[in-house]
Structure formats: C-alpha cells, structure tokens
Design a binder for this molecule. Structure first.
Ligand SMILES: [Ca+2]
Length: 451
C-alpha cells in the first residue's frame, strides 16, 4: 500500500487528541516503523502540539474566566479556529510524561516500546542496542542509545541510570529540562547536551549547543557550548575536566589553566619532590627526567622527548609526589603533548592513570594493591573514554586533565601516587610497544588550599 501523507496527518492528529481506534493505532504504528516521511510528519505534529499547548493553556484560562461570566459560546469556537490554523493538532492531555517518537534498530531488555507509546512518569526504559527518541510533553527530546537505562521523571525530566542520552530542549516549555544522573544533574538553559553514565556511575555532561548547568550536590557549574565535565563517583566525589589544547607551547585550553610555575608542587616553591617508583621491571626512558614534571612548564614543541616525562616501552609506572607535609588538596592538573611521528606513537598525549593519595608521613609501599597498602583511591582517568575516542588517530594531541573536589577540596594528604597505565590503544593489540610510545607528560600541577 502506498503512503498517503494526508491520511497519515489525519491519523496523527486524531492520535494526539486520543481518538484513534485500535486498528488505526496499529496503522499509525506500522507507518512510523516503515516510512521516513511518516516519521517526519509525526515529529512535526509533535512540535506543533507543543507550541499549541501554551496557546491552549491560555485559552483554558480564558475559558475558566468565561465560565465565571457564564459566557460559554465564544471559547470553543476559538479553540476550533486555532486547531484549524495549526492543522488540527491539539493535545489537552496528560502533561506528566513523554512519548516514544521514534525507534531505530531497538532491542529492549524488558518492555518493548514502539513509536507512539505513552511513557508516564515512572516508566523505565532498558534498551540493549539501537536507539529510541523520547519526546517529552514539554517539547524536549532525548535520544537514548543502547545499552542504556532511563526513567521518565516528569513531562520535563528523566533519570539516566546508565548509558548515553542526547537531549535537545529548545521549546519555551522545556526551559529547565533536566537529566538526572547518579552523581549529578544536567539542567538545560536553552541547549542541546549529551549525558553519559558508565558502570561506575561516573556522570558526564557535554554541551553541543547553548548552555547547561550541572548540579553536583547542590553546587552549580555552568557549561557553555563545547565544554564538558565528568563527576566521578567516589568518596569524596571529584569533578574531572579533560580538554584539548591549542597545540602551542602556551598550552591554552578552554577552561583549564596552562602549566604553572607557582603551584604548590612546583620545584620553584621548594615544598614538594617528585620521584619515580619502579615496579614490574619498570625503567624510565633514558632521556626522561621526572624533574620535567614540576619545572613550571610544558614542552616547547610536540616532539621533544627531553622536555617530557614518559615510561619506557609497554611498562606501567608510578609517579610519586611528596608534598612535604599533609596539605589540603584543591586541584590536580596533568598535561601531555605529543605530535605522532609514526603509527606506534599515535599518539602519546593519551592520559590514563589512577590517582591515589596518603595522609601520613610514612609513605606506604607502591605495589599492585595500593588500596590494601593503605592508599586512598581518588579517581581513575582515561582520556579516551572521556572523549569517546573510537580510533586512536582521533586522540587530541595536547591534553590537560583537571581534577577538583566536587564539594570543597579533595582531602588532606601528603603523598600523591599516579599509577600510570600504558598508553597503547586497547583495541589495537597488533601495535606493539615501542620506546617512547607512552604518555608524554609535560607537567603536573598540584594546588592546595592555603588556609
Ligand atoms: Ca608546576
């Protein structure tokens, strides 16, 4: 049967006012599944529906006033006229939920959802693969990409328990649209943004358009277009930003400061020392000197091994900062830069490490079990995961990672232990280790609260 757009528009209009028979509903559903033009018409109708809701509400108010005045004649006529102007799409329905607008190759773990399905507040969606576009009553939309678990919280908010969701909140009603996550909430300020939650419940927000606010335990953080942050689950939880630099010796980043010569751990301050602990046969590359990590600057170019610190070959290694005494840590910034000379070093700006800390004056052993040895877990950094890098050639070649306490400082510690992982791409086992393929750290800055 060929697709009849006029007939489909009628079906959609009747669906939106809740007047479809089961047979018609099935017809609508089939068209949505199989016909892109049907989906376009449906989306347009939903948008109009949202725009009209505001108008309809005004009219409802007028109607109530009219009832008070016992003048019931004019208002229904006005509603009908408006309905005709806008193609008959009016919804005086439940405002507390959403609908499935579209699905694409969706495989559901529990309940199956199809286009047109109503999602009341509280409805849980568990999508294994493929995607589903959710249209909130407010006009906001969220594209859920599997695997993901999501719950409708209201007509203008949802909870992302796991996975990725891309939201657009562009209608007046959707101002303040919120995606809650386990350790943060992203709130629209007229925007399009992406939210991600991983297995550890780390909660990531990146803004693709406009501006969004991120609420972390009552503290607000503002993100403009192109900016991102990740709230790491933990005790205390920390906020991580990883940004791409301008590929110059100035190390300019969107929000993260350039390498500093005045941070607490800088050699110029004479408060801290940095050492390398060997383990698992570790040896540092001959040219590399850990003193480059707190000399107040990054590299002067992207191919200068003597100005960077990196571990040899495929080994993992440990960088230890001794801050001299227990201090209140406010921020830790790590910088890397490397212009790849060949495939083996594609590319060594990747940052992957676990940060541990210790408060006492006797440093615990550095072994494979930091937690058992008494080290306190702070967070785990993986810049490929942060940037969602699928191909190592897309890695930013100059990176800064900034770790701050989500609510106040990170804690009071004397020792910091960076448990650095191999920078080799996890999905490219065929690329073997070469000397110099490891992350080229240019500087590590450690900031403390002075009071
Ligand atoms: Ca420094």
């Amino acid at each position: 049967m060929s697709f009849d757009p006029i007939h489909f528009q009628e079906l959609t209009n009747r669906y939106l006012i809740g007047k479809l028979t089961p047979a018609e509903f099935s017809e609508l559903e089939t068209a949505l599944r199989h016909d892109p033009e049907a989906r376009r018409i449906y989306r347009q109708a939903c948008r109009l529906d949202t725009q009209l809701r505001a108008k309809a509400q005004e009219l409802e108010t007028l109607k109530r006033r009219a009832i008070k005045r016992r003048n019931l004649i004019l208002i229904p006529t006005a509603v009908a006229a408006l309905a005709m102007i806008f193609g008959g799409v009016i919804l005086f329905g439940n405002r507390g939920g959403a609908r499935i607008a579209e699905v694409s190759n969706a495989v559901w773990n529990e309940n199956n959802f199809a286009p047109g399905d109503t999602l009341k507040t509280g409805t849980k969606l568990d999508i294994e693969s493929g995607s589903a576009l959710i249209a909130f009553d407010s006009g906001a939309t969220t594209l859920l990409t599997g695997p993901a678990r999501f719950q409708i919280k209201s007509g203008n908010s949802g909870f992302l328990a796991f996975g990725a969701a891309d939201s657009v909140a562009a209608t007046p009603d959707s101002h303040g649209f919120a995606i809650k996550m386990p350790v943060a909430t992203a709130v629209d300020i007229g925007t399009a943004f992406r939210t991600r939650v991983n297995r550890k419940t780390d909660s990531h927000v990146s803004v693709t358009q406009g501006e969004a606010g991120v609420d972390v335990g009552g503290k607000q953080h503002s993100l403009l277009e192109g900016m991102a942050l990740e709230v790491k689950a933990g005790n205390p939880s920390v906020i991580v930003r990883i940004e791409e630099g301008d590929l110059t010796p100035a190390f300019k980043f969107p929000t993260i400061a350039a390498p500093s010569a005045t941070d607490y751990a800088d050699a110029s301050q004479a408060m801290a020392s940095v050492t390398i602990k060997g383990r698992l046969g570790l040896s540092s590359q001959n040219d590399a000197d850990p003193a480059t990590l707190n000399d107040g600057k990054g590299q002067t170019n992207g191919t200068s091994p003597r100005e960077a610190f990196y571990f040899k070959g495929d080994e993992i290694g440990s960088i230890i900062f001794d801050l001299g005494s227990k201090v209140s840590l406010s921020k830790v910034n790590t910088y890397s830069w490397h212009e790849p000379g060949n495939e083996a070093t594609l590319n060594a700006a990747f940052q992957s490490y676990t940060l541990w800390a210790y408060h006492g004056d006797e440093m615990p052993p550095v072994s494979d079990n930091p937690r058992i040895d008494g080290w306190k877990y702070i967070t785990e950094i993986n810049s490929d995961d942060y940037f969602e890098i699928a191909d190592q050639k897309d890695r930013p070649r100059q990176q800064a990672c900034s770790i701050e306490g989500a609510n106040g400082n990170i804690g009071k510690y004397r020792f910091l232990f960076f448990d650095v992982k191999s920078s080799h791409f996890r999905n490219h086992d065929s690329i073997r280790a070469y000397d110099g393929a490891h992350t080229r750290f240019g500087e590590i800055d450690i900031y403390v609260d002075e009071n």
